[in-house]
Design a protein around this ligand. Sequence first.
Ligand SMILES: [Zn+2]
Length: 288
Amino acid sequence: MARLSVAKAEHLGRTLPLEVKSGLREFVLERKAVDDPQRAGPFEEDRLKDERRYQKALEQAFADLYRAVQRELRSTSNKDLFGGKAALTQDALEIVNNQQFWDKQAADFQSQMNDVVQMLLLRAAVDQPTRMGLAVDIDLVNQRVLELAGQYSNSWWRQLEGTTRDSLRTAIQSYIPTGKPIKDLVKNIEPLFGKRRAEMIAATEVTRLYAEGNRAGYAASGVEEVEWVTARDALVCDLCGPLDGKKWPLGQEEYVPPRHPRCRCTPAPVTDSKIAQELIAKIRRGGK
Ligand SMILES: [Zn+2]
């Protein structure tokens, strides 16, 4: 029993590192690579609920960030002498370069997202593998979930901060020569903190959290191999379609979902568990 736990712990170590590579930068692009939201993996109902939870938390965090950005913009631009009518100057760019400001936002943002991140990772690491008939080593996985949550929050925020700062810089630079007032800029950047961005990020990030949580759960159940599972319907994109059914040793996967914004693919365990096999077969039958 003790030997098994050591083996699992070593195995778990191989599922590192978690890296947020995609899913944010592309948010302005139109939906072209889309997996069907109604074919949302083996735990479809949970997933759709979790997407809404994540989106709600993110919308709240975005709203606060938007307010902070507005305050900061106004404080650096002509002191807002004319009720928001003051034209932007180069000073407005200070918000992009002010690391102290962004560090403060990072802390606020991450603490607002923390609960939902941990909840989703736990669901994916403990609840889902258990429902697949796997025997998860709970002690092992709980520790791993905490590590993953920390890694995820940092890595994800850095991406989000980078994209947000880049977009702000572009917006401000294009506004300065026009002589338009701050309130026009504020309106123009609203989508950056808006519902549509939150919705898209939620769909992509639930896939990431589920995939990373699942992998930790599989590792803590002695699963050694994973298989890429798509919805296998006409909507599966060019990136994910060819990956369907590909198998890799856990921790040495060529890809881990998400492959693209709104990807809803899932890493399935290669296991003797009949329940898991049936769940996967069901996805491939189109949910029937
Ligand atoms: Zn996909």
